[in-house]
Design a binder for this molecule. Structure first.
Ligand SMILES: C[S@@+](CC[C@H](N)C(=O)[O-])C[C@H]1O[C@@H](n2cnc3c(N)ncnc32)[C@H](O)[C@@H]1O
Length: 234
């Protein structure tokens, strides 16, 4: 485990900048997750708006645009977006856009999106900032919209023999959080029906893939701060 002085998010930005500079990071640049592949089998993209949070090089954003949706990817890291925009510049996929934005300050109106996808961003959000994340992300989804979330399971290991005494760590200058099944009920149960949770292993890497549907007239999510975020407060 690495010790980082000062602001972990500042260190984390430097980590992602380096990752996209070198292209030598551990996550795929093409293809889609098994959950996204399953979802796309029955997805009709026409007139649908999709938001891909922490889109990286845009592999999932491209896949949704390829299925006919208007898909926008947001990421904090300009070097990731420069790589993602190559496919826009080629003009090979229509309905595709990328915006530089922080998940804590998303520049969209409430109820804009039919689908929100987060593959690998939430697990870089400190536990104490979960409420801030939810306050930004949840209102953007329309009632009955789908939320596809992929994040580290507590069974995830960076290397064989890794031992952890808690559900987060700071690793090579960035924050990683590891999730249990019950965390999704606690975080999303107020506002979403949780339709499917799978735990998928690829070697040492174990992810939770969670498919949720936002309830019509949900009760509102109780943020980490204790404040209820619901229709009355939006
Ligand atoms: C593990 S990568 C996943 C990339 C992409 N979703 C994929 O499936 O290939 C996590 C991404 O989240 C982005 N990210 C981390 N913190 C963020 C924040 N606060 N706001 C926006 N994006 C963020 C990183 O820049 C990085 O591109």
């Amino acid at each position: 485990m690495t010790k980082v002085r000062g602001d972990i998010y500042r260190a984390q930005r430097a980590y992602f900048e380096r990752a996209y500079e070198t292209g030598e990071h551990g996550w795929p640049t093409d293809g889609v997750s098994p959950m996204v592949a399953r979802f796309l089998r029955t997805f009709r993209g026409r007139d649908r708006r999709v938001l891909d949070i922490g889109c990286g090089e845009g592999r999932h954003t491209r896949a949704f645009a390829g299925a006919g949706a208007l898909a926008v990817g947001v990421d904090l890291e300009p070097k990731a977006l420069a790589r993602a925009r190559v496919s826009v510049d080629r003009g090979s996929v229509r309905g595709l856009g990328f915006v530089q934005a922080d998940v804590f300050a998303l520049p969209f109106a409430p109820k804009t999106f039919d689908v929100v996808l987060d593959y690998g961003c939430l697990h870089h959000v400190r536990r104490r900032d979960t409420g801030r994340y939810l306050e930004q992300v949840v209102p953007l989804l329309k009632p009955e919209g789908s939320f596809l979330l992929s994040c580290f399971s507590t069974k995830f290991k960076h290397h064989a023999g890794e031992r952890r005494t808690r559900d987060w760590l700071v690793h090579r200058g960035h924050y990683d959080r590891f999730f249990r099944r019950a965390d999704f009920d606690a975080m999303f149960g107020y506002e979403f029906d949780i339709l499917e949770v799978t735990e998928d292993r690829d070697g040492l890497y174990v992810f939770h893939n969670v498919l949720m549907r936002k309830r019509k007239g949900g009760k509102g999510h109780r943020a980490a701060s204790g404040r209820t975020i619901g229709p009355a407060t939006r």
